[in-house]
Design a protein around this ligand. Structure first.
Ligand SMILES: [Zn+2]
Length: 321
């Protein structure tokens, strides 16, 4: 089995329909609108968000979050994944009425159990919700800066990337960076090359979530290669959300050939009918990557991981072992 790593996955979006149904029974909630025939159903982006929120709203206690993290990480470990980073959202926690502390402690418990039982290493990336605005992103960053947790090692931003200019969102990222957190942000998925360029300038990330639309600007591609900015590519997600019509049109290979470090990730796997294993399969069948090249993708992810050097060396040894 090819050793795998994942550095772009939203934990609430990783709950599979089976687990969500189990939670729906626990809280006596009707989910027939979002789950049919054991699969999530949605047909456009706003329906997808509704589906995501509906599933996420069924995780309400630290125990629920521990179960969510452990279940997902066990699935990853079973397909050869040795390292995972998950996006968490303290805003989301607050919206459903759980404290930030309980939310993070619950997830951490699931992460610790998964490491103990399955050997998978995991870190969390706190995120701000872009469409909630600069104040909200600053609040999320400030919370995590003032309440550090050893397993929360990065800060990022999800949400609608067409809203707000990176310049306006910079204060939150400054707070996170000054607190010693590593930086990533979604850009170049629905936004064009400019969204990547402006994010680099104002948010100073070492990685970009998606970033694939950088391909529209050759100078920017060269810059990404020169600075070795890692792209958290999620091809299955891009196809599901019609960023590209087919894998043949997807710029993964073009970016890689231009020297940009690229990785493979599942984003919100069951919503996009994918998984980390499926993304590596796409790498092999759609992009023609050899086993050695897929191992290199894993190495790229681990080199870009938000971990201390000792952990990084140990993980790289596992890829080569
Ligand atoms: Zn994402």
């Amino acid at each position: 089995m090819i050793p795998k790593a994942e550095i772009h996955c939203h934990i609430e979006g990783a709950a599979d329909p089976e687990l969500v149904l189990q939670q729906a029974r626990k809280y006596n909630v009707d989910v027939s609108e979002i789950i049919q025939n054991a699969a999530f159903v949605w047909s456009n982006f706003s329906e997808f968000l509704k589906c995501f929120d509906g599933a996420a709203s069924l995780f309400r206690t630290p125990e629920d979050y521990a179960l969510l993290a452990e279940t997902y990480l066990a699935q990853l470990a079973a397909v050869g994944c040795i390292y995972s980073e998950v996006f968490i959202s303290t805003d989301h926690a607050r919206m459903i009425g759980i404290s930030e502390r309980d939310y993070i402690d619950g997830l951490a418990e699931g992460i610790i159990q998964a490491r103990r039982k399955h050997g998978i290493e995991t870190r969390m990336i706190a995120t701000g919700l872009r469409h909630e605005g600069p104040e909200s992103v600053l609040r999320a960053a400030t919370y995590i800066a003032q309440n550090p947790h050893p397993l929360v090692t990065g800060f990022g931003m999800g949400g609608d990337e067409r809203m707000y200019h990176p310049k306006e969102l910079a204060p939150g990222f400054d707070v996170a960076r000054e607190a010693g957190l590593e930086i990533t942000t979604h850009a170049g998925e629905f936004g064009g090359a400019d969204s990547v360029r402006d994010s680099l300038k104002y948010l100073k990330p070492s990685r970009i979530g998606h970033g694939v639309r950088a391909i529209e600007d050759p100078e920017l591609v060269q810059e990404l290669a020169d600075q070795q900015i890692v792209l958290e590519c999620c091809p299955g997600s891009n196809i599901a959300l019609s960023v590209y019509n087919s894998f043949a049109e997807h710029p993964f290979l073009a970016l890689r050939d231009a020297g940009v470090p690229v990785t493979l990730n599942s984003d919100d796997p069951p919503h996009f009918h994918t998984s980390l294993a499926r993304e590596y399969e796409i790498g092999a069948t759609e992009f023609g990557l050899t086993e050695a090249e897929l191992c290199e993708v894993t190495r790229t992810a681990i080199k870009a991981a938000f971990v201390d050097d000792e952990t990084r060396i140990r993980l790289l040894q596992r890829v080569d072992g």
